[in-house]
Design a protein around this ligand. Structure first.
Ligand code: URA
Length: 188
């Protein structure tokens, strides 16, 4: 298996799908690669593409707030990545072909980090990693174990900003994450 730096370097030069054509930055991920908790979103938006870091726009600010609520911090005790590392034009959903072209990077990131918990942020991540017909409104906050990793899907912060009705449920999912961290004896 590739080491972290080679994986990152390969991703930063990737031309495996058409999303490479319009990008300003490949958004590889951010955080502590030794963390035991991973968050996986959908793909970079405009601000992420400009800055090369995941979740830095308005939805990123809400995400940071929810993380801090349970003592998590992107610079310290988690790692954040996306399903696709390059921005889809107009923030459309990534196509299956683009997801397939990019999955190797995420698979290797997960293999190197070996997280005990993966939180899927939003529908696309949950459909890709938990189950193809995953419904966030119905299944958010549910824990499943897959290949020895505890996984949960939750609302995308952008969805919460569009429809604040679910914000309480989103925070409740984070509290459930906090409990799972304690239950598994993870030091944060
Ligand atoms: N939305 C995502 O899913 N990922 C990001 O990095 C930013 C916004």
């Amino acid at each position: 298996m590739m080491d972290w730096e080679s994986l990152r370097d390969t991703a930063l030069h990737c031309t495996a799908c058409k999303l490479c054509q319009g990008r300003h930055h490949v958004v590889f991920g951010v955080g502590n690669p030794k963390a035991e908790i991973m968050f996986i979103g959908e793909g970079p938006g405009q601000h992420e593409d400009e800055q090369g870091e995941p979740f830095v726009g308005r939805s990123g600010q809400l995400m940071d707030k929810m993380l801090h609520y349970i003592d998590l911090d992107r610079s310290r005790n988690i790692y954040i990545a996306n399903i696709v590392k390059c921005r889809p034009p107009q923030n459309r959903d990534p196509e299956q072909e683009e997801i397939a072209a990019c999955m190797g990077y995420l698979r290797n990131q997960v293999a190197l980090i070996r997280p005990k918990i993966i939180v899927c942020v939003g529908r696309i991540a949950a459909m890709t990693l938990i189950q193809p017909d995953y419904k966030v409104t119905r299944q958010h906050g549910e824990w499943i174990q897959k290949n020895g990793v505890w996984m949960m899907g939750t609302f995308h912060p952008a969805a919460l900003l569009r429809n604040p009705y679910n914000t309480k449920n989103g925070f409740a999912d984070f509290l459930s994450l906090r409990e799972k961290i304690q239950e598994l004896g993870i030091e944060i």
